[in-house]
Design a protein around this ligand. Structure first.
Ligand code: ADP
Ligand code: MG
Length: 558
């Protein structure tokens, strides 16, 4: 056996621990959800590994988690018989933060408790949340397939270091012993634990057990299951309450907030599967990190296979969370097999349809939808380039600022624009600029204002790129008001045209002089009726990139 060894936490862990304890205090009971959730994950991993290596189960097939209280010692133990951890695993998993973007996350923290609590919630609190209620945590663990004397004990007071030593442990799995703080002894009351299990862990696919009590209310050696312990998505929709859907979301997404919306479907026929998708209310702190884990939890015939199966969702739907449970994939499916499986292709297509459909439904509730748009609209725009087949469905979901509303809020859909188009108007007009204020004050808008024609104001970095994939909507071309010779077509009256002609003739000399003065710097000088107040403006050629795009490319050195 190895002697007791003391190690220091990674700096990030120390920071996170400190923050968690201080900013999550008002949410402290979530520690139980996190620890039960880890036990459920450990059970899932054991079942999965046992598919190829049945000896791991060693005859003990009933995986469960137990809550055991010791009032005298003041401890609450969360005990599972799942996959367990070896010494190295315990050091790596309970002493570091493996998540990508950790440093970025920590740098975003503001010191404002409420905001930080929100951020930590999105980051995922996990194991360390135990320190909100405990001043010391002891973890005893024995990995499946190892001998009793190969078990380990990890211990820490959450103050910067932990110890690790070898112990003997008869049962496979992990015991997390929380030495509760003086003020947290209420978590030793079985009724309190029972109610928390109902609240947070009703639907997870592992029994959560508490000791049976005798007639006098004393704990016996027998255990009884306190939760339903059936995977939520396997139950009929009609029997699942909104509360249960919401809690399940918090469980799989590690989010504090409720989801914005969800869709639960069981599909039979050529492919048999169940999907349960959620749209979060808020973007995770690392939405723009391309390497961040994304995708759904994959199950095959109710057996957990993997987290973050990204094969089922395109990158532009990376904000969606959920579960897919397939009856068609083999249980030994790997990421490589998923990559080129026709089942994956079919499920992916249907998942995309389902999620775009969910968003379309959500759009009926404008306030909710605009909340979604603020958080994820920019990501959704990527879909125009990424998902040609669903271009139209995505275009319907776009929202823009517009001269119609006179504010910066992106709230106008292309559909609403088209409905408001003038009788003779054939194009959808837009102006792209660096920000709302320069868009709004652009001289290019003058003629449109005069004629009462709506113009969409595009100011997101991604917009010009997006427009290269979105040429038209509902049969109407999207036309930039800053490009080419502006032809308002049938919107021009005969008098407009006559005045324009006359002006051109009168000003021929002036145009010539300006041309000479500017020389090589311009291609052409034209008389325009675009302007009503400004004397002159610069326009690009019809097929040239927009001015804003040119600027962007210069900035990136192209
Ligand atoms: P997450 O669950 O998001 O990975 P946690 O902080 O909750 O993050 O847990 C960190 C890691 O510690 C887990 O990924 C897992 O490897 C390990 N772990 C925690 N609890 C257990 C447990 N009961 N059994 C086995 N491994 C565990
Ligand atoms: Mg966890």
């Amino acid at each position: 056996a190895t002697a007791r060894e003391t190690r220091r936490f990674e700096t990030e862990v120390k920071q996170l621990l400190h923050l968690m304890v201080h900013s999550l205090y008002s949410n402290k009971e979530i520690f139980l959800r996190e620890l039960i959730s880890n036990a459920a994950d450990a059970a899932d991993k054991l079942r999965f590994n046992a598919l190829s290596n049945p000896e791991l189960l060693a005859g003990d097939n009933d995986v469960r988690v137990r809550l055991i209280v010791d009032k005298e010692a003041g401890t609450l133990t969360i005990s599972d018989n799942g996959i367990g951890m070896t010494r190295d695993e315990a050091i790596a998993n309970l002493g570091t933060i493996a998540k990508s973007g950790t440093a970025e996350f920590l740098s975003k923290l503001s010191g404002d408790q409420k905001k930080d609590a929100q951020l930590i919630g999105q980051f995922g609190v996990g194991f360390y949340s135990g320190f909100i209620v405990a001043d010391r945590i002891t973890v005893r663990s024995r990995a499946a397939g190892t001998k009793p004397q190969e078990a380990i004990q990890w211990e820490s007071a959450g103050d910067g270091e932990f110890t690790i030593e070898s112990i003997n442990k008869e049962e496979r799995g992990t015991d997390v012993v929380l030495h509760l703080k003086e003020g947290e002894k209420a978590f030793l009351e079985p009724w309190r634990l029972r109610s928390l299990v109902h609240k947070y862990s009703e639907h997870i696919a592992i029994p959560v057990q508490l000791p049976k009590e005798d007639d006098e209310g004393k704990a016996t050696d027998e255990f009884e299951t306190a939760n339903k312990a059936t995977a939520l998505w396997t139950r009929p929709k009609s029997e699942i309450s909104d509360e249960e859907y919401k809690e399940f979301y918090k469980h799989i997404a590690h989010d504090f907030d409720e989801p914005l919306t969800w869709a639960h479907n069981r599909v039979e026929g050529k492919h048999e599967y169940t999907s349960l998708f959620y749209i979060p209310k808020r973007a995770p702190f690392d939405l723009w990190n391309r390497d961040r884990p994304r995708g759904v939890k994959l199950y095959v015939k109710r057996v957990f296979i993997m987290d973050d199966a990204e094969q089922f969702l395109p990158v532009y739907l990376r904000f969606a969370r959920g579960v897919i449970d397939s009856n068609d994939l083999p249980l030994n499916v790997s990421r490589e097999i998923l990559q080129d499986s026709s089942v994956t292709d079919a499920l992916r297509k249907q998942s995309v349809k389902r999620i775009l459909g969910m968003l379309d439904d959500l759009a009926k509730d404008e306030e909710k939808y605009l909340g979604f748009w603020d958080e994820f609209g920019q990501v959704l725009k990527e879909g125009l380039g990424e998902d040609f087949a669903n271009r139209e469905a995505i275009a319907k979901l776009l929202r823009f600022a517009s001269t119609h509303n006179d504010d910066a809020k992106q709230s106008v859909s292309l559909g609403a624009y088209v409905e408001r188009m003038k009788t003779n108007q054939t194009a959808i007009y837009y102006l792209s600029a660096e920000n709302y204020s320069s868009a709004k004050h652009s001289p290019h808008l003058e003629v449109f204002r005069k004629k009462g024609i709506e113009v969409l104001l595009l100011t997101d970095r991604i917009d010009e790129w997006m427009l290269s994939y979105l040429n038209d909507f509902d049969g109407k071309p999207l036309v930039s008001v800053t490009r080419g010779e502006l032809d308002l077509g049938a919107l021009e009256t005969e008098t407009d045209k006559a005045i324009q002609k006359e002006l051109e003739q009168q000003s021929a000399g002036l145009v010539e002089r300006i041309k000479n003065a500017l020389g090589e710097r311009v291609k052409e000088v034209r008389i325009t009726h675009r302007l009503t107040d400004s004397p002159a403006c610069v326009v690009g050629e019809k097929h040239e990139m927009g001015a804003h795009m040119l600027k962007l490319m210069k900035q990136t050195g192209q």
